[in-house]
Design a protein around this ligand. Structure first.
Ligand SMILES: [Zn+2]
Ligand SMILES: [Zn+2]
Length: 426
């Protein structure tokens, strides 16, 4: 490139920067200010292009000693550093496919950079973005992994601050590294084949989990839960730090979950293993859960599924099997009346109103099949919109649910046994 062919505006800006930094600025910190003005593959080339145009290579005074902005951070971003980071990652034994770099620099670096950007009137990316990009590019090649800005498996934080600087041997630059392993999400369905266990771990009401006489020093209301029967194997195989169980709604403790089961997403925090054999995981879980709980259809999903399965309750529909005790002799007419249940106004049941807003919901019943059993009992198969409380649909809950099996038959009706047969999530 020829000398003195700089655009006059670029020349003016460049000279101003040189003046502000007493010519102590590295090509990257210089070039960064021209990312909108000069078309080049990176800021290093932009900076070198300007410097070549501004002064002679023979100009001894013009040689940079210490970059006023970054204090020569970019000199330390070299093959040695990439090798060091790569080795530390390998030593950490973390399994990942995608990565993202974050960095920390001293506050005065950011301040000096902002001060210069303000004085010359530019608005460009800050130094951290450039550091992250340069390390990311090099590390991605070195480790043969992709950079992912949205949902990286592993975030590597490189600490360039004074405190983050480990004194290395042979003056090798070894900044402190911090690894953030993002969670792994696995979706599946569970069947709960026994009554009496809640879906998730339930801390003791008395001691809030600390352990007391009431809970026999377990800290729990119930000794087992679907979560506790399912999660340990996931945790073991992924070598994670903890798990969170997200169900698509939940059945009552005394209700079984049969049929194809209920969708759930298991979130595993800080997994060191991601390439899990899900079929094997399924087998191991089902063996250890000893016929109480079964999982199926495990698959890896994105984090958006966690929210999706939790919020889809009104779009979803459910099928229940209810055993109902009625205090009168049931006629064929009664059975037809029950089948006529369609639109239900349901005020929050008394048994849950202490933890849910007291509102009236409108829910649809799509279909009811009725079968008469011995001893004043009925078997109902109810297909309905998600969010309808079935026990109250039967009892009427002191007229808070209308119409109900009880209100239609003008007698007491009670759900004595309930199973969920299908949970359909939209
Ligand atoms: Zn610099
Ligand atoms: Zn307790």
């Amino acid at each position: 490139m020829n000398k003195n062919n700089l655009d006059p505006q670029i020349m003016e800006k460049a000279l101003k920067i040189m003046d502000l930094t007493s010519y102590n600025i590295c090509p990257r910190c210089l070039g960064r200010n021209f990312s909108m003005d000069i078309d080049a593959p990176d800021n290093l080339e932009r900076g070198e292009y300007i410097q070549n145009n501004l002064y002679d290579e023979s100009c001894a005074d013009c040689r940079i000693h210490m970059c006023y902005i970054c204090g020569n951070i970019f000199q330390n971003i070299n093959n040695q550093l990439i090798e060091y980071i790569s080795q530390e990652i390998k030593d950490s034994n973390i399994e990942f496919d995608t990565l993202l770099i974050g960095s920390r620099v001293d506050k005065d670096i950011i301040e000096k950079e902002q001060e210069i950007q303000k004085k010359i009137g530019v608005n460009v990316e800050n130094i951290k973005k450039e550091i992250n990009r340069e390390i990311g590019k090099a590390l991605s090649v070195r480790m043969d992994k992709d950079v992912d800005f949205e949902t990286p498996h592993l975030v590597i934080l490189v600490d360039f601050t004074r405190e983050g600087n480990k004194p290395g041997f042979n003056e090798e630059y070894k900044p402190r590294l911090e690894f953030q392993i993002n969670p792994l999400f696995i979706e599946g369905r569970y069947r709960k084949l026994v009554r009496g266990i809640p879906q998730t771990k339930w801390p003791c009401r008395e001691c809030k989990g600390k352990g007391c006489e009431r809970c026999n020093y377990t800290g729990k209301m119930y000794q087992e839960s679907v979560e506790e029967l399912v999660s340990p194997e996931f945790l073991k195989q992924s070598q994670g730090s903890e798990t969170k169980f997200h169900g698509a709604g939940r059945e009552d403790i005394d209700v079984r979950m049969l049929g194809t089961g209920r969708p759930f997403v298991l979130e595993i925090k800080e997994p060191h293993r991601r390439a899990l054999n899900l079929k094997n995981l399924e087998d191991e879980v089902n063996q250890s859960a000893d016929g109480k709980v079964e999982v199926s259809g495990l698959e890896f999903v994105g984090k958006e599924r966690r929210k999706h399965i939790k919020t889809s309750s009104t779009d979803s529909y459910k099928v229940y099997n209810a055993l109902v005790k009625v205090e009168k002799e049931i006629t064929t007419e009664d059975m037809e009346l029950i089948k006529s249940l369609k639109l239900i106004d349901q005020r929050t049941p008394q048994r849950v109103v202490h933890r849910r807003a007291d509102i009236i919901r409108k829910r649809k019943v799509r279909n009811i099949e009725v079968k008469k059993l011995d001893g004043g009992c009925l078997e109902l198969v109810i297909e309905c919109q998600g969010g309808l409380y079935i026990k109250e649909l039967i009892s009427g809950d002191d007229n808070r649910t209308l119409p109900s099996v009880s209100s239609l038959l003008e007698t007491k009706a009670q759900c004595v046994q309930l199973d969920v047969l299908n949970v359909h999530v939209a």
